[in-house]
Design a binder for this molecule. Structure first.
Ligand SMILES: Cc1cc2nc3c(=O)[nH]c(=O)nc-3n(C[C@H](O)[C@H](O)[C@H](O)COP(=O)(O)OP(=O)(O)OC[C@H]3O[C@@H](n4cnc5c(N)ncnc54)[C@H](O)[C@@H]3O)c2cc1C
Length: 351
């Protein structure tokens, strides 16, 4: 049994330290609310598992996932954001103040932002994990461009798989759709679109038996689940598009979820509980991209800051301790002081 002896009061707790949570923390701190971020099992979020991002604005030569996370974390820390390497195990949103229990103790907060992300469902094959990022991908939007003029396979038969197959077909020379049934589950119009593409071939009743290759994917062993016939498929890439699982285990019945387990939010990131907001992949079944997670994090933080400011019995505000803007800045001045004096590298020179 856990020991919840420690009890800490906070204005804002952000559950999750991926792009959504980190962006929310930066916006909250700059709004004068000192947030506490619980980083959870995957500090930095899913993006730490990808070697390269080509679609995050501001990095024309692309940026590594880990490097982007480091920059976001540093930016948050510059604004005095406190990060704890703890996971929310249980929450209670029933009262006027919200409770979040972790292995270390209990936090009581005026407002909560949930940014726990999601994880792609896997096929559960041997080597699937070790070849992830080396031929095995769970995101065509992210990785299709790495397979220009190569042959790839995609597993799935729902809307996402069909949309991703047509997207992949713009880059790959050949796309095999491996579907375990004899018809698609996705929208007819998407099915018609893939059938019309010359470089897409559909293999019905087909499943992946195993993956070939050690350091990178070198092909697949597939089988027909009607005839049990096995064969090899020489592809450089395997995209798995069999759905995502939002991470909501710690919320257990405390908040409204949709039929697929995603948190239901309105356009301003409000959940059905006043004072509890959600951002990023945990409430986004459609886009699941860093730029969108960061954008929704910003919205959630603006809304949460307003909520805390207007709440009559909010805990006394903690001081937002702004650090030096970057490591090279040895002046000891705060970021605001630097900005006042035009020292920030972001300030525009319009001469
Ligand atoms: C291999 C791969 C490649 C990708 N490539 C791209 C790309 O090129 N471009 C792009 O835009 N997107 C890409 N994505 C998608 C992108 O990573 C996600 O859209 C984005 O990370 C979502 O951010 P998030 O903050 O909502 O959630 P996540 O990044 O999933 O972060 C969730 C955070 O919540 C924490 N957490 C979870 N449960 C708890 C808990 N109980 N308590 C406390 N904390 C918790 C985790 O530790 C983590 O810090 C890729 C994804 C993958 C997997």
């Amino acid at each position: 049994m856990m020991n919840h002896k420690n009890r800490q009061e906070e204005n804002l707790i952000i559950i999750g330290g991926g792009p959504g949570g980190l962006s929310a923390s930066i916006y909250a701190a700059r709004n004068g609310v000192a947030p506490l971020v619980l980083n959870g099992p995957e500090p930095g979020g899913q993006i730490t598992t990808t070697s390269e991002l080509e679609n995050y604005p501001g990095f024309p030569e692309s940026i590594g996932g880990f490097e982007l996370t480091q920059k976001m974390t540093k930016q948050a820390e510059n604004f005095g954001v406190r990060l704890e390497y703890e996971s929310a195990e249980e929450v209670d949103f029933s009262g006027d103040k919200f409770s979040v229990k972790t292995e270390a103790g209990e936090y009581i907060a005026d407002s909560i932002i949930i940014a726990t992300g999601s994880e792609p469902k896997t096929l559960g094959l041997d080597k699937e994990d070790s070849l992830r990022g080396n031929g095995v991908s769970y995101c065509a939007t992210c990785d299709a461009a790495f397979f220009r003029n190569k042959e790839v396979a995609i597993v799935g038969g729902g809307d996402t798989a069909l949309w991703e197959a047509t997207f992949l077909a713009k880059f790959a020379s050949k796309v095999y759709i491996l579907h375990r049934r004899d018809k698609f589950r996705g929208a007819k119009i998407l099915g018609d679109r893939v059938k019309a593409k010359e470089n897409i071939e559909i293999l019905w009743n087909t499943e992946v038996k195993n993956l070939k290759g050690e350091k990178k994917l070198e092909g697949l062993r597939i089988f027909n689940n009607k005839t049990d016939e096995e064969s090899g498929l020489d592809v450089d890439g395997l995209f798995v598009a069999i759905g995502h699982q939002p991470r909501t285990k710690c919320l257990k019945g405390q908040i409204e979820l949709d039929d697929y387990g995603y948190i239901v939010t309105d356009k301003k990131q409000h959940t059905n509980i006043e004072g509890v907001f959600a951002c990023g992949d945990v409430q986004d079944p459609d886009y699941r991209q860093v730029v969108i997670a960061a954008g929704s994090g910003a919205k959630a933080a603006i809304e949460a800051s307003e909520y805390i400011e207007e709440k009559e019995d909010s805990f006394p505000a903690k001081e937002v301790k702004i650090k030096n803007y970057n490591e090279d800045n040895k002046s000891g001045k705060s970021a605001d002081q630097e900005k006042e004096e035009g020292g920030l590298s972001l300030s525009l020179n319009l001469d």
